[in-house]
Structures are given as structure tokens and as C-alpha cells.
Unconditional design. Structure first.
Length: 483
């Protein structure tokens, strides 16, 4: 009867582990979760095998199930260390050569168990004990049994050590998940210690029973702390290959991951530390309360922040992009699209668009260089271009409150909001005189027409200004004509 109870308990434990393994396998795109799934599957094989071993009546039947059990047991050291390595991202101790040795040891263990009757290297002697009211396997350890045991406990102690270190350097939900993993790693060690001290029934393999407790711990971890989804997987190679600065904040507000690119960005992003609370950095905290995509400027550089929630309220990923070059390129394109390349003034298209936004009365001015064709004919087009560029610069300096454009050829247009004709007329006379008396190797003059702005009617305004300009030229040029 007792062996039926033990069989049932182990079968229940194995079934729970199988459910966890299937659940983990569905997230097979995450490397550490795939390994976790394989480890759970190895425990399932061990548990089911031992459950049926307890029901066996003969030594040959029991050893048949032993061979099945070791399909999983043989690879415990390799899978335990590999999972812990990936979970905490520790690759110095659990290096590829070390993992290679453990995997080779697992292969050897499996083969030696299957062929033990020919060499007795794993079990030097085996028999049956019926003192419990049912048959249990009694054996004397062989040389390779000790090797297998040493590698298993080295892997478990490695796991315990790295989880303790993880707990020491982290906070928030990451620390809680590490505690769950630590408890899971300690359970089989404690069970083995109790067995060695003969505090547990002799000759009965107690590890499958410890799996029941481990499975309950794992289930709580999966439910409470999203153990598989938010394991210690950092994917450092991927994160550090990203040109953007990235850090991850868990739902408790603790920073659980930072890529190396962040250290090359602005302060305080470059000062972030693993395990810090986001509230320690007021500027970053203020950004987190804004919209999920936002642009901002720090020390004359432009950045864009994207805040990406992940999972069911598991936390957020902060992605910072330096968009300074993009902004500068955009501004250059805007300048090219809105300005005249020779004079630096607005072009005709943008000027007309700006005129359409005028909301109050003002003044419109049209200016033309007198006898500009003679300048080109006598001095060449290069000098003619220099005169146009010079005039554009002087126009901006003398009328800083105006909006100016090169309207076409040697003709310039300006408008001024909220000023009177008289004020602009006085400024235009002063400007005409400056041009007339400028100390330059090429002497030239300008004619100017000034009219009131007709709001929302550029066509009529330019017609009136053109008439005034024509009158100024008719009167002998180098004149300012006002409506």
C-alpha cells in the first residue's frame, strides 16, 4: 500500500513538472526558457521512471526503469549549470569548455548505466530490499557514480552561488525571481544532505519527492513573478549591438537592465546603475510620465524617447535615439525648400505662403536694383551675384522686423506687420541712401515701391506695389514711391 502512495505522489509531481515543461516550451523563442523546459523534462523522465520502479517486482524490471530514469538524470549537471548560466548571464565560470565537459560526462553516465552489467563502473553491486513491504533497489556505488554525484553537486552549488550573487546586486522583482530560483536550487541539496545524514528512509531515492516541492515553488514563481517571461535573460550581445540607448524598468520601478550605449549618452543616462530606482533620476522619471514617444533636447543635442510597455504590466523598456543629425538634416532641407540659396532670403513660394498668414494691417515693399543688366554686362555674372547677395544681407540688417524674399531676378519683396507706411517710408529712404553711398567697387542704386497690405490678397497687394515701383523708375530711379 505504501508504495502505491509513493507512486501516486511521484506521479503527481512528475505531471506538474510536465505541465511546467510544456508551458515553458511554448516560449521557446527565449533561450533560457528552452533550457528550463529541457531540465523540467529530464525531471519528468526521472520521476515517472522511479514511480514505475517502485511498482516493479523483479530486479530486472527495476533496472529497466533505472535505465529510463538516467535518460534524464545523466544530464542534470549540464542542464542545471547551463540554465543558471543563461538565467543570470554568467559565462566566466560556466564557460563553453566547462559545459562541454559536463555534457560529455552526461553522455558517459548514460552509456555506463545502460551497460553496467559488463563493467560495474556505475553500480559495483545491486540487489533488492523488501523490508519496507515493497521492493527497493539496493546498490553499492561504483567509481562513475561518484563522478556523477560530484558533477551534480558542483552544478547545484554553482547555481546557488550565482543566485545569491544576483540577489545581492539586484532589487525589486528581479531579486524576488532570483530568490525563487535560489529556493528551487537549494531544495535538492537539502534533500541530499538529509539522505547522507540518514535522516531519510535508506535506499529510497528521495529526489523525485523533492521535485514535488520544487514544482510548487516553480508554479508560484511562474504565477507571482513571471519567472519564465522575466528571467535574468539580458541578451547582452543583442542589447549592446543596438545603437540606441536602452534600459529596462520593472513594474516596481527598479532598473533591471542597461546596455553599454547608454554610457555614451547624456547625463544622467550615462550614470544609470543596475538595481537603481528610476525615482533616483528626476529628469528620467519626468520623461516616463509623458507620452510614449517624445522628442527633447539636452545640451544642444536632440533625442527621441520611446517607452515600450511589455507583458501584462511587467515593466517598460526605455529606448533613447540620438536624432540630432536627423533634425539638422531636416532643418537643412527646410532651409533649401524655403530660402533663396544666393541671398539667404526666403524664396518666392515660402514668402507668398507666409503672407497668407498675416493677421493684422501692415506694409508691403517691392525693391528693384536699377540697371542691373549693365552690372552683369560690364562686370560679369559673378559680380552681379555678389551684388544680389550683398543687398539681401543689407536688407535683413536694416529691416530686421520684416519678412524678406528674393522675388525674382534683381527684384526683392518684403512685408511688415503692425507698422505704418510712414515708418517704413523713412526706413526705406535711409536704406536707399545707404545703397547709393556704399563704399564698394560696384556702385548701384535701388528703386522702391511701398503700399499698405491687403490682407488675404497677395495678388492685389503685389500689383499695387509693382505700380509704385514702376512710378519710382519713371521718376528717374533711385526713388522711394509710396501709395
Amino acid at each position: 500500500m505504501m508504495h502505491i502512495i509513493l507512486f501516486s505522489l511521484i506521479l503527481i509531481s512528475g505531471t506538474i513538472l510536465l505541465i511546467i515543461a510544456v508551458f515553458a516550451f511554448r516560449r521557446k523563442n527565449v533561450k533560457s526558457v528552452r533550457i528550463f523546459s529541457l531540465l523540467m523534462l529530464a525531471m519528468v523522465i526521472h520521476s515517472y521512471g522511479y514511480a514505475f520502479e517502485l511498482l516493479s517486482q523483479t530486479l530486472s524490471g527495476m533496472y529497466f526503469w533505472i535505465r529510463i530514469e538516467y535518460i534524464g538524470i545523466s544530464f542534470y549537471p549540464f542542464l542545471i549549470m547551463l540554465f543558471s548560466r543563461e538565467y543570470v548571464d554568467e559565462k566566466k565560470i560556466a564557460s563553453k569548455p566547462v559545459l562541454g565537459i559536463l555534457f560529455a560526462t552526461g553522455i558517459m553516465t548514460f552509456l555506463l548505466v545502460q551497460t553496467n552489467q559488463y563493467h560495474n563502473l556505475f553500480y559495483s553491486r545491486i540487489g533488492v530490499d523488501s523490508s519496507y513491504g515493497f521492493n527497493v533497489l539496493v546498490f553499492k556505488r561504483g567509481l562513475w557514480y561518484t563522478v556523477q554525484g560530484v558533477t551534480l553537486y558542483v552544478s547545484l552549488l554553482y547555481s546557488i552561488a550565482v543566485y545569491i550573487h544576483k540577489i545581492a546586486i539586484t532589487k525589486g522583482s528581479v531579486r524576488k525571481r532570483a530568490v525563487v530560483m535560489l529556493v528551487g536550487a537549494i531544495i535538492p541539496v537539502v534533500t541530499a544532505l538529509l539522505y547522507i545524514l540518514e535522516l531519510l528512509p535508506k535506499h529510497i531515492d528521495t529526489s523525485p519527492f523533492s521535485y514535488l516541492l520544487m514544482s510548487l515553488v516553480a508554479m508560484r514563481g511562474l504565477y507571482r513573478y513571471s519567472l519564465l517571461f522575466l528571467g535574468g535573460v539580458t541578451h547582452e550581445m543583442i542589447l549592446n549591438a543596438i545603437e540606441e540607448a536602452v534600459f529596462v524598468v520593472d513594474r516596481d520601478g527598479y532598473i533591471i537592465n542597461i546596455n553599454s550605449t547608454s554610457k555614451r549618452y547624456f547625463d544622467p543616462l550615462c550614470r544609470l546603475s543596475y538595481g537603481d530606482e528610476l525615482s533616483k533620476y528626476p529628469f528620467l522619471l519626468s520623461l516616463s510620465t509623458e507620452k510614449h514617444i517624445q522628442d527633447f533636447e539636452v545640451e544642444a543635442r536632440h533625442y527621441q524617447l520611446k517607452i515600450i510597455p511589455f507583458g501584462k504590466d511587467y515593466g517598460e523598456i526605455f529606448v533613447f535615439s540620438d536624432i540630432t543629425e536627423t533634425i539638422q538634416a531636416k532643418r537643412k532641407l527646410e532651409i533649401l525648400a524655403t530660402t533663396d540659396s544666393l541671398t539667404g532670403l526666403f524664396n518666392r513660394r515660402f514668402f507668398i505662403k507666409a503672407f497668407s498668414n498675416i493677421a493684422k494691417d501692415g506694409v508691403f515693399m517691392l525693391l528693384d536694383i536699377d540697371y542691373f543688366k549693365k552690372i552683369n554686362d560690364n562686370h560679369g555674372h559673378v559680380e552681379g551675384d555678389r551684388v544680389l547677395s550683398q543687398l539681401g544681407e543689407l536688407l535683413k540688417q536694416h529691416f530686421p522686423e520684416g519678412v524678406h524674399c528674393r522675388y525674382g531676378g534683381e527684384e526683392f519683396a518684403s512685408f511688415f506687420e503692425g507698422v505704418s507706411l510712414e515708418i517704413i517710408y523713412q526706413q526705406a529712404e535711409e536704406f536707399r541712401y545707404i545703397i547709393e553711398t556704399i563704399n564698394d567697387r560696384i556702385m548701384y542704386t535701388v528703386s522702391i515701391g511701398i503700399v499698405p497690405i491687403i490682407i488675404n490678397d497677395f495678388r492685389q497687394t503685389i500689383i499695387l506695389a509693382d505700380r509704385c515701383l514702376y512710378q519710382a523708375k519713371e521718376r528717374g530711379r533711385n526713388q522711394v514711391c509710396i501709395t
